[in-house]
Design a binder for this molecule. Structure first.
Ligand SMILES: *Cc1c(COP(=O)(O)O)cnc(C)c1O
Length: 430
């Protein structure tokens, strides 16, 4: 595999961009080696600046659920561009996407568009605090809610991988209002609630966490959180930036039948453009400015190009519910294939999978929370990542990430992925 042009660009990038990248995980630090610079993408493939092509299982960290460069979304963007790039004034498209989100996501009655998942979660916490008049909130160890100060406490993926879960620059004053609990542990929540009676504004979590690698909620867990939050007047926030429009058209809340008070969205919602959103119960969302007193704004929020990409994506998913069965089948073929190969090689590694998300953990223990995810052998994962890359399969460059599948993965491509998996496992255990 030729990598000379990527190497040259990375060296150049490091002169003017911190670490050479605009988001840390892209630097490949957790897997060794140097990042591949991308030229273009199409369908299931990424094409790099050295002329290599990769079947890839990240899909821009989720958004490209229909594969890259989908003609329907590309055409919607090109058409929108002809009418100008940004107005900073309302458009009909913003109503259309809001109506569509309200239709698709069961708990959302009103919604505000923002420009990233980070903005969505930061704003949702502010609104929950304004609504309840309380300061503290609970987050789960290893869950990631973007890079807002109050979330950078045991924050999953990038933060775990980089080895600095508590980032410098986050003040002690900010950190003290963030209460931590292990995922899948209702008793821990009860203890926190008791010790902070009447002081907790919100409980935020990834209902199906993907940012410590994929883990699944134990039976009754999400229902239990719902009960506690209702009893204690705590705003239950599902961060569905990753799972929204992916696990089902209404996200994890539809799949598990548990209704949060607020929901944060991102990734797929923009079809590849920078978009996020937060929404929920009318009486809570009425606290958002200018309807209510909680301030939140954005120069480019509801941008017409971004809304056009998002609308094309969401309309498609809403009108083609069969996509989710198709994605689940693709997911099953890959993960059952991987498990079978591992079994035949006498390797007992944990595979967590749901629909079009999965993680292969290099541990034989079940992974149900952050502690168990951390039992994985990350050095072995790094070798596996490089062995797959060499064979033209581009995985997320960290053990603590979920993979995201797209409808562009044909049986032929799945076959190539499984062949590469078998060869890679033999190589790294040989
Ligand atoms: C990606 C992600 C975010 C942050 O979204 P950005 O658009 O990267 O700011 C927040 N929450 C979850 C669950 C995510 O996966």
């Amino acid at each position: 595999m030729r990598i000379s042009e990527s190497k040259r660009l990375f060296a150049e990038a490091k002169n003017v961009i911190p670490g050479g990248v605009n988001s840390p995980v892209r630097a490949f630090r957790a897997v060794g080696g140097e990042p591949i610079f991308i030229q273009k993408s199409d369908g299931a493939y990424l094409y790099d600046v050295d002329g290599n092509s990769f079947i890839e299982l990240i899909n821009s960290w989720g958004p490209m659920i229909l594969g890259h460069n989908h003609p329907m979304i590309r055409e919607a963007v090109v058409k929108a561009v002809e009418d100008g790039l940004s107005y900073g004034a309302p458009t009909a498209k913003e109503i259309e996407i809001a109506e569509l989100i309200v239709e698709m996501v069961p708990s959302v009655e009103k919604v505000r568009m923002v420009n990233s998942g980070t903005e969505a979660t930061m704003s949702a916490i502010r609104v929950a605090r304004g609504y309840t008049g309380r300061d503290k909130f609970i987050k789960m160890e290893g869950h990631y809610h973007g890079h807002g100060d109050s979330f950078l406490i045991s924050a999953g993926s990038g933060a775990i991988t980089m080895g600095n879960p508590d980032s410098p620059g986050v003040t002690v004053g900010t950190a003290k209002d963030t209460l931590l609990a292990p995922y899948n542990d209702l008793e821990a929540i009860e203890r926190l609630v008791k010790a902070n009676k009447g002081e907790i504004a919100a409980l935020i979590l990834e209902p199906v966490p993907g940012n410590m690698g994929l883990a699944l909620p134990l039976p009754g867990y999400l229902e239990g959180l719902r009960e506690i939050c209702t009893r204690e007047g705590i705003v239950l926030i599902f961060d569905e930036v990753m799972t929204g429009f992916r696990l089902a058209k209404g996200g994890a809340q539809e799949l598990f039948g548990v209704t949060p008070d607020m929901t944060t969205l991102g990734k797929i919602i923009g079809g590849g453009m920078p978009v996020g959103a937060y929404g929920g119960k009318k009486e809570i969302m009425e606290f958002v400015s200018p309807a209510g007193p909680v301030y939140q704004a954005g120069t480019l929020s509801g941008n017409p190009i971004a809304m056009s990409a998002g609308l094309a994506m969401l309309h498609y998913l809403n009108n083609h519910p069969e996509v989710y069965a198709e994605l689940a089948l693709i997911g099953r073929k890959i993960t059952e294939g991987i498990s079978k190969i591992n079994h035949d090689l006498n390797l007992n590694y944990t595979v967590n999978a749901l629909g079009s998300m999965y993680s292969l953990f290099f541990t034989d223990q079940p992974v149900v929370d952050f502690e168990s995810a951390k039992k994985s052998n990350t050095v072995l994962f790094g070798s596996y990542f490089q062995a797959m890359l060499k064979r033209g399969i581009y995985l997320a460059p960290s053990q603590f990430e979920s993979l995201f599948l797209s409808t562009a993965l044909s049986d032929e491509l799945i076959g190539k992925i499984l062949t590469a998996h078998e060869e890679s496992m033999r190589e790294i255990h040989g």
